[in-house]
Design a protein around this ligand. Sequence first.
Ligand SMILES: Cc1ncc(C[n+]2csc(CCOP(=O)(O)OP(=O)(O)O)c2C)c(N)n1
Ligand SMILES: [Mg+2]
Length: 331
Amino acid sequence: MAQTPFGKETYLYWYESMLLQRRFEEKAGQLYGQQKIRGFCHLYIGQEAVSAGMMTALRDDDNVITAYRDHGLALAKGITADACMAELYGKATGCTKGKGGSMHFFSAEHRFFGGHGIVGGQIGLGAGIAFADQYNNTDRVTICLFGDGAARQGILHETFNMAMLWNLPVVFICENNHYAMGTSVERTSKTLDIYRMADAYDMPGDTVDGMNPETVHTAIERAVKRAREGSGPTFLEIKTYRYRGHSMSDPAKYRTKEEVEEYRSKDPIELAKKRILDDKWATEDELEAINDRIKDVVSASVEFAEKSPWPDDSELYGDIYAEDDYPYIMD
Ligand SMILES: Cc1ncc(C[n+]2csc(CCOP(=O)(O)OP(=O)(O)O)c2C)c(N)n1
Ligand SMILES: [Mg+2]
């Protein structure tokens, strides 16, 4: 295997992070089937190398904003499994106080700014967060993620133009999982190279293998460095795949079993596991111990969510408008 600068510590971090996301969502899928979790639920399973590879390229105080497929990214950003599971249950102890559910995870403390249900809506919001940081002279960077379907929303063009004009510290990432609900990129886009949409705005753009945290880390690290140094935005199209349907009600009949199997055979968790074992960074038993620990964390999060209270009725009108001393951005 090719030598890379990524060693034991990084690989074990990626492995654990991806496995937590996977096990958490497998459990969420089961609980949805039991009607413990209601409303919408979009699983990220298959895309975990994007979130894991991204986090090792970021500083803790950098910002992340994404769409409704947000569980994996929220966990990777450090929101606890307890707070995420409780949010799925709609409980008061959830990361959005039980008011957002699956699509609207949020934690100002972790600088995770949602979870957004309007396709493409967060593209403009991400640039806005980056503008706030630039205005306040911080050197934080914003990662703004959206899907291949969202890349075809008009807001992308206005935002790309403004972000370049104002040289904003933002990295735009299209997680190209090849489908927007049941519609393939081939059916909605004349060009299949989504990253080239950056060309029209003189923005650097690149395509990245999203089934491997190494390639994700390397591309994002470079883009974040540019943004932090004041050299402005980058657009990365990260090619990935969701193994499950679009949401819980999608039997995914618009693609072949072979296509799904092809991606499953490149599973990033298995890839990381193989590398760890090949390089003797851990034994099978040690990896099993990590597995067991993660199972316990997920089980405990279900217990926590089950036991947590529902939000009080008085919460209904809270958190609708920003307070005057809105603390999240202007610190
Ligand atoms: C403005 C808007 N139009 C349509 C929808 C319905 N809708 C929800 S998800 C989705 C597909 C988006 O696909 P993509 O951006 O590729 O993200 P992915 O689900 O693959 O992560 C659509 C059309 C919506 N939520 N908002
Ligand atoms: Mg998509």
